[in-house]
Ligand binder design. Structure first.
Ligand SMILES: Nc1ncnc2c1ncn2[C@@H]1O[C@H](COP(=O)(O)OP(=O)(O)O)[C@@H](O)[C@H]1O
Ligand SMILES: [Mg+2]
Length: 285
């Protein structure tokens, strides 16, 4: 499913004296089947933005178009069901998302809610749990007894069990060990191969480079860049300093080398590229 934001503004507490304007004229495009990374400092509006994609939040003005569905300030709750069936979200704090007595029931909730029979929901939940690597010993445990990483996987399974066309993940790598992070990147690639549109929020530029087709950079509720990772990470160093954004590891290492008098002909974006450049361009005595 393709997603378009057209001049979306959003305030928490709109129409009250406590109104806080958060998103400002957000315009962006996400093509079907594309992986999009959203980056930016804490408080820049990333989580607020993604909650518009399934209508959890509605724009104060402007509109969001998801295939033939249109979301505006006046969209009624009732018609959001169809949208929610098609957009799975994993929140930044997955423990807030879990609620059932067992892991399996938790993951069965979405398909049941969208009209599957109990048997169908169970099958879908089991498939989703397997896909995210939650082993069957945990399926009848309380989700609240699990570790943070396991809770995140269960929340992820809950977002996938209704087989949505769009999968949104809010900082899915937070708190995962390197193995968990690698599995997450594999999952993103798997979802892409299934033709799903994936949007994830990340602070890890190496993850962005590894899986994203495009990057959206947020600053103070504004979209300040929307382009390919390759183009973005070749911007001037001063831009990254202003945005308080990191370069991918390889780029950071190349900067360290440069400060020590070792100049490479271009900025490497992966460690393989860095090794390659050093091999070709640095004199070895
Ligand atoms: N429920 C809320 N009510 C009022 N303000 C909020 C709420 N949620 C987030 N905010 C504020 O909105 C701004 C953007 O927050 P958020 O979208 O969570 O940013 P990010 O995900 O980039 O860290 C922050 O200033 C935050 O304090
Ligand atoms: Mg956030």
């Amino acid at each position: 499913m393709a997603i378009t934001f057209e001049k979306v503004n959003f305030s928490y507490g709109a129409g009250t004296t406590l109104a806080r304007s958060i998103l400002h004229d957000v315009t962006l495009q996400i093509a079907t089947g594309q992986v999009t990374a959203i980056v930016g400092q804490t408080g820049s509006g990333k989580s607020t933005l993604i909650q518009h994609i399934n209508g959890l939040l509605k724009p104060t003005s402007g509109r969001i178009i998801i295939d033939d569905f249109q979301l505006t300030a006046s969209t009624k709750e009732k018609i959001l069901v169809q949208l929610r069936k098609n957009v799975g979200i994993v929140f930044q704090f997955p423990e807030n998302q879990l609620f059932a007595n067992t892991v399996l029931e938790d993951v069965m909730y979405a398909p049941l809610n969208f009209g599957a029979t109990k048997a169908e929901a169970k099958l879908a939940a089991e498939q989703a749990l397997k896909r995210v690597g939650v082993s069957s010993e945990l399926w009848y445990r309380s989700p609240f007894e699990l570790s943070g990483g396991q809770m995140r996987r269960v929340a992820m399974a809950g977002a996938l069990s209704s087989n949505p066309n769009v999968v949104i993940m809010d900082e899915p790598a937070a708190g995962l060990d390197p193995k968990g992070q690698a599995e997450l990147l594999n999952l993103v690639q798997e979802l892409k191969a299934l033709g799903k549109t994936v949007v994830f929020i990340s602070h890890q530029m190496d993850h962005v480079i590894a899986v994203a087709d495009q990057v959206i950079v947020m600053q103070n509720g504004h979209v300040v860049a929307q382009e390919s990772p390759k183009k973005l990470f070749n911007r001037d160093l001063s831009w990254f300093e202003t945005m308080k954004l990191d370069l991918p590891k390889a780029g950071q290492l190349a900067e360290k080398l440069r400060k020590n008098g070792v100049f490479l002909s271009r900025r490497p974006l992966t460690l393989i590229e860095l090794a390659d450049l050093i091999n070709k361009e640095v004199d070895h005595e």
